[in-house]
Ligand binder design. Structure first.
Ligand code: FRU
Length: 328
């Protein structure tokens, strides 16, 4: 579908809510090699083109989110030194992503080499990351600083963000960060105004399962569900529900087969088949695009079913084009 035929084409009569979203994760330098077929081991292959892009789930999600109306987006990631990060910061800021929540490190930025097989559309990602992850103290400092300096001030005692999303990484610290938000939000009476979401993408990340009982909204990947022995999203969501917070809304993507959601309050499971993309041009960040669309729709008070449909459509649009423009 083109953006104009998607379920969520801009609606002049819709009253959009202003949202303030923080995405916590890790930025990567992506080097994408477009190749005609997947190489055999220990052979040489010439790529038809290469591309460099700032990536990482958090940035990909932010890039899509900033395209939606009335959506203010902050990205929290460790990045390289102040001197080496000027280009990265100005590029992302010029895309409307607020970067004051990032943390400088002396180490170089993590990078990913991505083999995009033009024949099948698959993307194989090999990444390397030696960057120190964000600690609880750093998280608190950045949240408090942002609340004080935000140009758009919240009401007294309101939540510092309307939505905080955590990539499924840095699990022990992420759990402490979520607990800190929970405690502060309850004490100051704004917890119900903030949605916390978590992503469980990589099944073998240590302790990643501990995250699932900590999100109001939980995103699962196909490889995560498969690694737990499931071959479809619906069965997986029904099975995993007791391990999540009561009333949390769950989503599971399933590549070209679409995605499913389990609506927290009703327990209703819904599945959407993916519309077939005319051609798979660039599938890097399709899952991150799905997450951005769900965060936007639920943040606007739309139902999980609508969010699911819009997110599948936006992810399909994403794989049919290069990069992340014109997705909002
Ligand atoms: C895609 C992506 C890439 C990044 C890698 C990190 O989802 O975020 O942009 O290099 O995954 O795992």
């Amino acid at each position: 579908p083109t953006p104009s035929t998607r379920s969520l084409s801009p609606n002049p009569s819709m009253h959009y809510r202003t949202t303030h979203t923080l995405i916590v994760g890790q930025i990567y330098n992506d080097i994408i090699l477009h190749v005609s077929h997947f190489p055999a081991e220990d052979t040489k292959l010439r790529a038809s083109s290469t591309e460099q892009r700032i990536g990482g789930n958090c940035v990909n999600t932010c890039r899509v989110l900033t395209q939606f109306p009335k959506t203010h987006v902050w990205c929290m990631s460790a990045i390289g030194s102040k001197e080496s990060s000027a280009g990265l910061l100005s590029e992302l800021e010029s895309n409307g992503i607020k970067m004051t929540t990032c943390l400088y490190r002396q180490s170089s930025m993590p990078s990913s080499y991505i083999i995009h097989n033009e024949a099948s559309g698959s993307r194989t990602i090999i990444s390397c990351n030696n960057t120190l992850e964000i600690t609880l103290d750093e998280f608190i400092r950045k949240i408090e600083m942002t609340s004080l300096t935000k140009s758009i001030q919240f009401d007294f005692n309101a939540a510092p963000f309307t939505w905080v999303h955590f990539e499924g990484r840095n699990i022990s610290e992420a759990l402490l960060q979520i607990r800190w938000l929970e405690t502060k939000g309850q004490k100051e009476n704004w917890r119900s105004k903030m949605t916390i979401s978590v992503e469980l993408e990589k099944p073998d990340r240590q302790d990643i399962d501990l995250l699932m009982s900590n999100g109001d909204v939980v995103f699962f990947s196909k490889i995560f569900a498969q690694a737990r022995g499931f071959n479809n999203a619906n069965d997986f969501l029904e099975a995993v529900k007791p391990d999540c917070k009561p009333e949390s809304t769950l989503f599971c993507t399933w590549g070209e087969y679409g995605a499913a959601c389990l609506e927290g309050k009703t327990g209703h499971v819904e599945q959407v088949k993916a519309i077939k993309a005319d051609s798979v041009v660039d599938s890097v960040g399709a899952g991150d695009t799905f997450i951005a669309s769900v965060i936007y729709c639920l943040g606007q008070g739309l139902s999980a079913t609508i969010a699911l449909r819009v997110a599948c459509e936006t992810a399909t649009q994403k794989v049919s084009q290069l990069g992340f423009d014109n997705l909002g």
